[in-house]
Write a protein that binds this ligand. Structure first.
Ligand code: ADP
Length: 373
């Protein structure tokens, strides 16, 4: 113990030993020394006490070293994680920044802009892909609306110009009552065409609004098609086209909007007769396809047919192929038919060859077949 000068005797320890305790442990600090000392006081006989000291230098050194290493490591770790976090946040947000930049450019009018997509495949990339897809859809809708308004303007201008021209000629030539009667008849005819076009457009938008806008009732498709065939028989006879309807006795009832369904089949039958020359054939067949859960109405003709180039466009509003321009029509019949089929959960498919005829297949889902395998 002489190694440590001024160590003295711990009063409290002595008091506790004289008070009856067998041994007491104390940890003390010495002036001018960094490490602490652990001292054991023990009573080894009456009035004889043992004082043993043990330097805690190795522990203190270890503790100091540990503290230094811990502080440095933790400091580095905190800095590293802050940097990593910052870097990752920046990387993640760079995608959002790109989307924001593109959205701003689009808001300024550049609708063709798209968000650059990286190949990482992370959530931001998926968002960019979906954002671009949404932009494609919006752009195609806007282009469609633009084309449609161009077409409407064009299709309205011709009959209105004709009506105006006729009225002007009648007025200037002063043709008398007969001239005015003729003008009135032509005006009615032109107005009917215009009304037909406007009604078709209204029906298309009603159908495109989906099932919610349909006035759905239970429809007997066999009866509906038989009525349509009967209605078009005189027109077919006038044109010397044989119209043949092959309908089963019974079909399961279909839930749908009678007026729209009538209009759809009328458009398809009208086309089949209109685009088939005299001596040709048009045929309506109704098939039930339990496996697919549908009924299929096939309207086939051996008339003019549709060229390969026209086929992808015939369902577009106002589209008319060049060779059909000699016929009356607005180019809205097929787009209305398809909108009606889709509003009923079905669709229309077409197969056609120029000069050989066309086959339009309307498929409509049937409630009764829904749960069949
Ligand atoms: P529209 O008959 O008033 O011109 P549609 O929308 O009914 O308009 O048809 C679009 C185009 O599709 C027609 O102009 C015609 O070129 C073509 N088409 C439709 N049905 C037939 C058909 N049965 N045979 C040949 N061409 C057809």
């Amino acid at each position: 113990m002489s190694y440590w000068q001024d160590i003295g005797v711990h009063r409290d320890a002595m008091r506790r030993l004289t008070g009856g305790e067998k041994q007491v442990l104390k940890t003390i600090s010495l002036p001018n020394r960094k490490e602490k000392i652990r001292i054991l006081y023990r009573r080894i006989g009456p009035g004889v006490f043992l004082q043993l000291g043990h330097s805690m230098e190795p522990y203190t050194r270890f503790y100091q070293a540990f503290k230094t290493i811990f502080v440095i490591t933790m400091g580095l770790l905190v800095i590293l994680s802050a940097l990593t976090g910052w870097f990752m946040a920046r990387r993640a947000l760079s995608g959002v920044t790109a989307v924001t930049r593109t959205a701003r450019q689009i808001a300024d009018g550049a609708l063709e802009q798209r968000v650059p997509v990286k190949t990482a495949g992370d959530e931001i990339d998926q968002m960019a892909v979906m954002f671009n897809r949404m932009l494609d859809r919006i752009q195609s809708l806007i282009t469609g609306i633009r084309n449609m308004s161009d077409n409407i303007a064009h299709d309205l201008r011709s009959p209105i110009t004709r009506i105006r021209g006729l009225a002007e000629v009648t007025l200037t030539t002063k043709t008398g009552l007969e001239g005015y009667t003729q003008m009135a008849a032509s005006t009615i005819e032109e107005c009917d065409g215009l009304l037909d076009m406007i009604n078709s457009m209204l029906l298309i938008s009603q159908s495109e609004a989906g099932a919610s806008r349909l006035v759905s009732v239970s429809v007997n498709l066999t009866r509906l098609l038989a009525d349509a065939c009967e209605l078009f028989q005189p027109a077919a006879e006038d044109k010397e086209v044989s119209l043949n309807c092959d309908l089963p006795e019974e079909t399961p009832p279909l839930s749908g909007d009678v007026k729209l369904l009538q209009r759809m089949f009328a458009n398809l039958l009208d086309n089949a007769i209109k685009y088939t020359p005299a001596g040709g054939r048009a045929q309506v067949t109704l098939q039930t396809r339990k496996q697919g859960g549908i009924v299929a109405v096939i309207i086939r003709d051996n008339g003019a047919g549709i060229s390969f180039g026209d086929l992808p466009h015939i369902f577009n509003r106002f589209y008319r192929s060049d060779q059909s321009r000699s016929q009356t029509g607005t180019g809205l019949g097929l787009s209305l038919a398809r909108a009606v089929a889709r509003a009923h959960g079905g669709d229309i498919a077409v197969q056609s060859r120029l000069g050989q005829g066309s086959e339009f297949t309307v498929s409509l889902p049937v409630e009764a077949y829904r749960d069949l395998p």
